[in-house]
Design a protein around this ligand. Structure first.
Ligand code: ADP
Length: 406
């Protein structure tokens, strides 16, 4: 066992259909334990984790919900690591939506829990499960109950200008009900922006970059002079790109049509747009990008879905270049798809050749599986793959708040 085991942070990232967890030291970035519960609510829910170099995989059960999965993580996995547990100094929770009131990472108390609850309608798939995570940890680890920190996806977007965050609907919906663009995935976009400041050897406040976080959820953000000036996710994480099961942008009239002409209820429409659309809806087969990568040249449904995905992505990137003032320092791909699927990067950059992108095929194919680096030729507008580490970013935010507790 590592003698310098100290200052550890437990990070919990409860997603809509998965839970990621990790224990790490935010100072030296060493990860002692990390794991993932996948396929919640599906026929087979399983957990994979690694601890001190050893890897484990277990089936948890059938149609397991968030609460049962969290109990398994705490009672069956974390409880085995007593030396690690006793060195925890705090817990960082990823929370998707801070709503109208919370603008940055914050120590959790009853009032913060209420604010996260109040923002449930802005992130209906995420905030409720984030709250289950918070309440479970507080109950199971009472010694740490006053050392839980919420790190919000929406924080990165607080300085967006009105021109980006307001919708062209009557202004009072913003003033009275807080309806505006809030963005999501901010922890990852913020982490990548800081990495790029290092990679490009450029002061953060001089950075002009466009970041594509492409995972099950997907979003693009535009950073100009170190400030996020626009992002593709909106009031909720449903707007923007084509995602695993989310539609992204649609004509709002489709909702009226589904409701009035097809007699679908609002709840049914919400389920269709959030859980049955995107890559899953287009293909009718899968939301997992491995399927699309494998079948792009073999099956029409896979080709169609990928082409639409890249069409939408390239339109967003091109539109964000007009927010860069006079210079784009780099375009960055990250997230499970951005980091691992050269096909997506190639198809997207080919559409953007007018902006000076020239992909380097060898670098593109090589940069997968956790590698970061440039994927364009030296004469090109630079495009990079940078691996994201939301757990590290959350742990560092948590540490910064915990060390200031009196
Ligand atoms: P999230 O954090 O939003 O749940 P991730 O960032 O983990 O999502 O990305 C998940 C997506 O990335 C899935 O579509 C998955 O198929 C895809 N993905 C992950 N690894 C690979 C890989 N090696 N090859 C192809 N696709 C991958």
């Amino acid at each position: 066992m590592d003698k310098k085991l100290n200052n550890l942070i437990l990070v919990l990232n409860c997603g809509s259909s998965s839970i990621k967890f990790a224990i790490l030291n935010p100072n030296n970035k060493k990860k002692y334990l990390s794991g993932l519960v996948e396929c919640l609510y599906l026929s087979e829910t399983y957990i994979t984790w690694q601890c001190l170099g050893l890897k484990y995989k277990k089936k948890i059960g059938i149609k397991i919900n968030h609460q049962d999965a969290l109990n398994f993580i705490i009672d069956q996995v974390l409880s085995q690591e007593k030396d690690i547990l006793k060195n925890l100094i705090g817990v960082g929770h990823r929370v998707v939506h801070g709503g109208t009131k919370i603008k940055k990472s914050i120590l959790i108390n009853d009032n913060v829990i209420k604010c996260i609850q109040d923002a449930v309608s802005f992130a209906p798939l995420h905030n409720p499960v984030n709250l289950i995570g918070i309440k479970t940890i507080i109950k199971k680890y009472p010694v740490l109950s006053k050392k839980n920190v919420a790190v919000f996806d929406t924080s990165f977007y607080q300085n967006m200008p009105e021109t980006s965050f307001l919708y062209a609907i009557p202004y009072n919906f913003y003033k009275e009900h807080g309806i505006r663009r809030y963005g999501a995935h901010g922890t990852s976009h913020n982490y990548i922006a800081h990495q790029m400041s290092f990679v490009l050897n450029k002061k953060f406040k001089l950075l002009n970059i466009i970041i594509c976080h492409l995972g099950n959820g997907a979003s693009v953000s535009a950073v100009c002079n170190g400030i996020c000036v626009d992002t593709s996710m909106g009031l909720t994480p449903l707007e923007g790109l084509v995602m695993g099961t989310r539609s992204g942008d649609i004509d709002p009239s489709i909702i009226f049509f589904m409701n009035k002409t097809l007699n679908l209820s609002i709840d049914e429409i919400e389920t269709i747009l959030t859980k049955k659309s995107g890559l899953l809806g287009l293909s009718g087969i899968s939301s997992d990008f491995r399927y699309f990568e494998k079948n792009y040249n073999l099956k029409q449904d896979a080709k169609r879905s990928v082409d639409i995905f890249c069409h939408r992505l390239s339109k967003y990137i091109a539109s964000y270049t007009c927010l860069m003032e006079n210079r784009l320092d780099a375009l960055i791909f990250t997230g499970g798809i951005g980091e691992n699927v050269p096909l997506i990067r190639k198809l997207t950059l080919l559409k953007l050749s007018l902006l000076g992108f020239k992909i380097d095929s060898k670098l593109n194919l090589f940069t997968i599986g956790g590698k970061s680096g440039l994927i364009t030729e030296s004469s090109s507008t630079p495009a990079f793959v940078i691996t994201t580490d939301e757990e590290l970013a959350i742990a560092q935010e948590t540490r910064n708040i915990i060390i200031n507790i009196k």
